[in-house]
Structure formats: C-alpha cells, structure tokens
Ligand binder design. Structure first.
Ligand code: ATP
Length: 425
C-alpha cells in the first residue's frame, strides 16, 4: 500500500455515475470541478471538497455531465453507464403527483415503504426519495425500521425524522429532533413480538405528527426496512405495511417478494418492482458488524471531518443507585411452569431488572423517557444512549460514556445486545 495520495479526474457524460470505495485506513477527498452532480440525491457544490472516510461506498451521479476530481486511496473507482436512476426519478415524480393531489383534495400524501433482501440499496433509495422531495420544498417523514444498521439513531433501535432539507453529502440526514424507540437487538427475529409492538407505536406517533403538521402529512412518509423477508420477516413487513397504512410498496430486486405482496396486499396498495443498482456493494457479516460499530462511534464522536472527530463525548462516574437497569424480554419458560392463562410469549415484553456486574461492561444502553417503571417503558421513546464503560464494585459506581456532559436525563436504562469499546479507529 503506497502512502502517497493519488489524484484522478473523471469526466462523466449525462446519466453516468462514478462509483468508488474508500480503502481501509484511508480517506478520499472529492471535488466537483465542472457541471452538476449529486450523491444519493444531494446536490454537490462546485469547488467544495468533500471528505469520505474508510469503507465509504459512494456514487456520484450526473443528469447533464460533469468533471470530478478524486484524491486519496480508493479500493475501486469506475464510471458506470447503466444505472436505474431514471426509474428511481420517475418513481419520485409519481410520488410528487400524489402529494399535489393530496394538497388539492385535502387528504394525506403518499406513504411508501421500500422492501427487499439485504444489499439491494433500500437505504440508498429511501435517502434518494427523501432528498428529491426535500429539494422540492417538501418535508417527508423518514422512518427507519432497519434495526440492523439504523440511519436515524444507532443499530438496535428504530427511528424517524422529518427531512426538511437534503441529507448532508458526508454526514447524512440532519437529525433534528428524531424520534427513537428502543429494541435492543440487531435482528427483528430475536424478539418479533417487541419489534411489532414498537413498529405499531411508531406508526401511531407518525399519525399524530401528520395530524399536527399539514406539511408533513402532504409530503408523506418514506419507510426503510431490513433485509429479513422470509417467514417471520415477511410477516413483519405485512404488519408494518398495515400499521403505517402504506399506499405504495417498492420491492427492490426480488420478483418473488413482489408477487407475494401483490397477492397479499389490499387492492389500494400499489406494489412496484424496481431493479437494484449495479453499484450496491454486498457486505459480509464482518463488514456489517464493522458498519454497526462505526455507526455507534459516530453517535458519540460524530463524523470525522479531515480526520478529526466532530463531537466530544463525556466519561463520567455515577453511583449504581442513580440508575435502574433493565432488559426487555425474559427467557421463555415452558407453558407448564407459568401461571394459569399466561403464555410463554408474554415473557418477551417483560421488563427484567439487571444487577450491576461485569456482564454489562461495554454494553450500550438506551435512556428511556418513561417517568417510572410503572409507566409504559417499552412503548416510551428513547432520549439518547450511553455506554457503561467501567464499574467499581467497591465504590458502587459506573463509569459511563455519554454524548453530553449534563446529568442523565432519566434514570431508566435499557440494555442493547451491542457493545462499544471506546478505542480510536
Ligand atoms: P441492508 O439490507 O443491509 O440495510 P440496503 O439494501 O439498505 O442494505 P444500502 O445500505 O442502500 O443497501 O447499500 C449498500 C451499500 O452500497 C452502501 O454502503 C451504499 O452506500 C452503497 N451503494 C448504494 N448504491 C450505490 C451505487 N450506485 N454505487 C456505489 N455504491 C452504492
């Protein structure tokens, strides 16, 4: 691996795309020299240098032609002539027509859910649709139900945010007052009952938001989902579609799923099949886990700009007694061991207290907004996240990493399956 930074220029014709991946332990600076171009629907500013960190997979698309400069070490960089962008923008245009109709008929705008197997570009398409809507002055609600990656908050949660302006090219969506619910695991299959419950709750809150904010209601909802589409996964997709009362389902790259949904969805739901982009990069388990780690790191430290962190998290010591730790879901018991009338499934929604101990070290926790344990903790939103990075059993104190130096906003903490070690990467 050479240390020196290579500089390359790429001339793109109309409807072409420059795709590149940043090498490990490297960064790439990109500049638009001529013409106009966009990254996943966010327009580039000519002459501005954009920085992408290791592992970033980027596509720069142009509708009219452009000249791009890349400086740094890329794993791959090539210009693609074939992209599904025309089909994607036509889909956006159809959604925009539905918004105009909602405006004139005084009804609500489109609610669209993007589904498909893993690595077909679901997150990218939802970002594109939100960006195109925001560029027209709309303010759609972006809902991320993918607990495996999580664009609104960290993995292991579901979240939503109103998209009032296009995502930042380097940092993604502006996370102004996001609404987040704790789930605790990175796969919906770990606790499908809890997953469905929080999805229903998110849908309820979405309806309330749309009732209050006419602009959001007209702009509609764009929902991203995870790649679990078989068996229980299919069931949870149908449940999400029903909860949000979606009007449109976009299936990326899987005819079987498209046919199943066409068969099972009510008449008024339009199910559309769209191809995936050849640029979408497949990730193995290891890369997915790395992506989750960097997402959590980003939550605490922000996106690296010119190699420097943009946030400064705060380690602090707090007494054991100042917080109450819980896990949602107890191990299933055989029905015979349960009180009459109770099913083992009910355990999955139970709040189980956790004793401070070495087994919770480095775990990420959600800070619940519930006023007390008697409150509906499971369906209460999350105020933020902390990591228990150390504990002293003699002094009975935890050392926690928090994004803010203020005292914790609440004392009920819910454990996630995810761990975070605060080491420099
Ligand atoms: P998952 O099911 O794991 O959430 P997904 O279907 O949502 O995956 P994305 O996250 O949208 O897929 O895309 C996977 C990766 O491919 C991302 O890193 C994204 O930046 C990259 N990518 C998407 N489209 C392109 C493209 N046209 N060119 C290059 N890279 C792309």
């Amino acid at each position: 691996m050479s240390e020196e930074k290579s500089v390359e220029e790429y001339r793109l014709n109309a409807d072409e795309e420059l795709r590149f991946e940043v090498e490990a332990n490297a960064s790439v600076q990109m500049e638009l020299l001529e013409g106009m171009a966009e990254v996943f629907g966010s327009e580039l500013t000519k002459g501005k240098v954009y920085n992408f960190d290791q592992g970033s997979k980027v596509a720069v698309f142009t509708w009219h032609g452009c000249l791009i400069k890349l400086q740094g070490r890329t794993e791959v960089a090539y210009v693609a002539k074939e992209t599904p962008m025309v089909m994607y923008i036509n889909t956006h245009a159809a959604l925009e027509q539905m918004r105009e109709k909602a405006e004139s008929d005084n009804t609500r705008g489109p609610r669209v859910m993007v589904v498909g197997p893993t690595d077909v570009g679901k997150s990218t398409l939802t970002r594109l649709l939100c960006n195109y809507a925001a560029r027209l002055g709309r303010a759609p609600l972006f809902v991320d139900l993918d607990v495996g990656q999580g664009q609104v908050s960290i993995p292991g949660t579901i979240g939503s945010v109103v998209v009032e302006r296009p995502a930042d090219v380097e940092e993604g969506f502006h996370l102004n007052a996001p609404l987040v619910f704790h789930y605790g695991h990175t796969a919906p299959s770990t606790n499908p009952q809890l997953y469905k419950l929080i999805v229903s709750r998110m849908a309820e809150v979405t309806n309330l938001k749309c009732e209050k904010q006419r602009k959001v209601s007209i702009s509609g909802v764009v929902i991203n989902t995870g790649g679990w589409i078989k068996g229980g996964g299919y069931d949870s997709l149908k449940h999400a579609a029903g909860s949000f009362e979606v009007d449109v389902i976009i299936v990326l790259d899987q005819e079987r799923l498209y046919n199943e949904l066409k068969r099972d969805m009510p008449e008024f739901v339009k199910v559309i099949l769209l191809p995936k982009s050849g640029g979408v990069v497949e990730r193995n388990q290891h890369q997915r886990s790395d992506a989750r780690d960097s997402r959590i790191r980003e939550y605490f430290y922000g996106v690296k700009i010119n190699g420097k962190d943009s946030f400064f998290p705060h380690p602090m010591d707090i007494p054991f007694s100042s917080v109450k730790l819980y896990k949602i879901g107890a191990p299933a018991l055989p029905d015979a061991c349960l009180p009459l009338g109770m099913k083992s499934q009910d355990n999955k929604l139970k709040l189980v207290p956790i004793r401070p101990g070495i087994n919770i070290l480095h775990h990420v926790f959600s800070v619940s907004s519930a006023a007390s344990v008697e409150d509906n903790v499971i369906e209460s939103n999350t105020l933020g996240h902390v990591v228990i990075s150390g504990l002293d059993t003699e002094k009975e104190t935890f050392n926690i990493l928090s994004p803010s130096q203020n005292p914790l906003p609440n004392d009920i903490l819910l454990i996630l399956d995810l761990q975070f070690m605060d080491i420099e990467i």
